[in-house]
Design a protein around this ligand. Sequence first.
Ligand code: IMP
Length: 210
Amino acid sequence: MTAARLVLVAATANPDKLAEIREILGGGGVELLPRPVDVPEVEETGDTLVENARLKAVAISDATGRPAVADDTGLEVEALGGAPGVYSARYAGESATYADNVHKMLAALEALPDRGGARRAQFRSVAMVRFPDGREVWREGVVEGSIADDARGSSGFGYDPVFVPDGAGGRTFAQMSPGEKHAVSHRGRAFRALAESLEEAGLAAGAAPA
Ligand code: IMP
């Protein structure tokens, strides 16, 4: 079956995220538009990644009348009971910087009797497309790894300097090129799975590069 080209409005206006999503979804089947400047950013008040992705996608599709795509991500640290999870962006407070959040996480692990043991952790992302008629398609992507003792590397953002994905020779995400990171990352996996689901549902053609 030949699917029509799907035009999606992204909930993010972040050019780096847009480029990444476009690279994954844009393989012929999907055209991605940035969030219109007059649509304000949505507050992430949900208790789960799916709820937050839905809040963002619904806001954009309501405002534009077009299908929208949104994602939400959390870092889950085993020894911290899954924290910061859905609260990753504001772990160290509402106006916390990336460095504040990383610092708080390292301090929380250092405070544990065994420093969190193997410091196992995983990034989890939910990527969702929401249609104006209320239909939605979402998929999850997970990458497992551990939390480094200290921040290392300068690429990426957020918790990248302390997240060591399994199978990457002990490097943190911040010590990898964007291409290397996205090949294994939570967001890369979530969006590739989403592209597959859109293709399977006949909503977008050829949207899932390996
Ligand atoms: P968001 O849902 O994509 O806005 O992500 C929430 C928070 O998780 C961000 O503020 C970052 O602190 C963190 N985060 C999300 N994706 C990544 C990533 O790929 N690397 C490192 N940190 C991330």
